[in-house]
Design a protein around this ligand. Structure first.
Ligand code: MRU
Length: 370
């Protein structure tokens, strides 16, 4: 998608194929800073410190992390394996809730384990990371197509009046490689000239909504308004929201949706006000293993500093200021779990389905046996 009318993706390979480039999202929307990740440890830092973020992008970055680890690993079989295992553990633990990291890392590690020659393992890990990146773009595009049909239907009922969509956090192109998940249907609808207005939850404590989603939409020319996280319920009661679309960091096979903290409260408000609540997700965000309700998903607890301080732009640089008194304590749950009864439908790359295992398996029959 666009920044100042120029097309960008969030991650791309360097010309010599010995590093990957990312947009350091901590500086957006104030500065467009491109950072080169030269080894897997820099990948771990980029994921942990949220230079890159959003489940699908974490997955793609993780896959490249394994490629970079393969490049730098000792070139004898035993030490190569040990090095890669260590890298895989560190990468997956950097942000434990988004399942895409594990999905991508397992995919690369499992495939290259089938190859004997180390140079071929390195070549294969690059090929796989590339394929995962391309697949993410394509899956988000398909989510856009599938979600657009839902928007179109609701827009038809509005008979030309502006359609209001609420979204939480950033599940836009910055959280993926391109298009986004929750925003992809919005971008499709905008291109089809459906009149839209987006309510953007600011998303405390890191403000991904205010800093990223709103700016993304602005760059695409889509009218949007930032609201406090707590305002969504009231504007739904007033009838100002026609649908909610959010992303997901992990969805269980039983359709429990783990997403940025605050998603659950928005789902409750939507349910109480008969506002359809959609979750847009690529299948790389689905945890197919075990038949569980999300209770054993590791919910990331981030530093209390993210709550007790506030980061803003003073016109020249980012400043991190105290939000409250010196000895204040905070607890920073980064995600919450929305049960399927509050979800109207899931929007995936294979189509739209009801939030239950049977209907998910209808779209992904190859997952029936775990
Ligand atoms: O903590 P973040 O910024 O990585 O959280 C991102 C979200 O919660 C998104 O809504 C989710 O990852 C879906 S991204 C397409």
């Amino acid at each position: 998608m666009k920044i100042n009318d120029k097309h960008y993706t969030t991650i791309w390979e360097s010309a010599d194929l010995r590093s990957v480039n990312i947009i350091d999202q901590r500086f957006l929307p104030f500065e467009l800073k491109i950072v080169e990740l030269r080894n897997y440890r820099e990948v771990v830092i980029a994921i942990r410190d949220m230079m890159v973020r959003g489940a699908p992008l974490i997955g793609v970055t993780s896959a490249y992390g394994i490629y970079l680890a393969a490049l730098e690993a000792p070139k004898n079989q035993k030490d190569f394996e040990i090095f890669l295992k260590q890298a895989a553990n560190e990468i997956v633990s950097a942000r434990p809730t988004a399942i895409n990291a594990k999905w991508a890392v397992d995919k690369v590690i499992d495939e290259i384990a089938k190859i004997n020659d180390i140079e071929n393992k390195i070549a294969k890990s690059l090929e796989l990371a590339r394929a995962i990146r391309e697949e993410d773009i394509e899956n988000c595009r398909k989510i856009g197509e599938n979600g657009y049909k839902l928007i179109k239907k609701i827009a038809e009922n509005k008979k030309g009046k502006t359609l209001n969509i609420l979204t939480h956090c950033n599940a836009g192109w910055l959280a993926t490689v391109d298009w986004g998940t929750a925003t992809a249907p919005i971008y499709f609808a905008h291109r089809e000239k459906i009149g839209l207005h987006i309510w953007v939850d600011e998303t405390r404590p890191l403000y991904q909504g205010a800093k990223l989603t709103s700016w993304e939409l602005y760059n695409e020319g889509i009218p949007n308004t930032i609201i406090t996280d707590n305002a969504g319920g009231y504007i739904m009661q007033k009838g100002f929201v026609d649908m909610v679309i959010v992303g997901s960091d992990r969805t269980t096979a039983d359709a429990y949706v783990v997403n940025k903290v605050g998603t659950y409260l928005k789902a409750l408000a939507a349910y109480d006000n008969n506002v359809p609540f959609y979750v847009a997700l690529p299948s790389s965000s689905i945890q197919w293993t075990d038949n569980f309700n999300g209770n054993d998903v590791p919910i990331e607890i981030r530093s209390e500093g993210e709550i007790l301080k506030v980061t803003g732009w003073d016109g020249n640089m980012l400043k991190n200021l105290d939000l409250t008194y010196k000895n204040a304590k905070a607890l920073n749950y980064a995600f919450d779990i929305t049960p399927p009864k509050y979800v109207t439908a899931l929007i995936t790359e294979r189509g739209v389905c009801k939030p239950n295992k049977n209907d998910l398996m209808r779209l992904f029959p190859e997952k029936r046996n775990g």
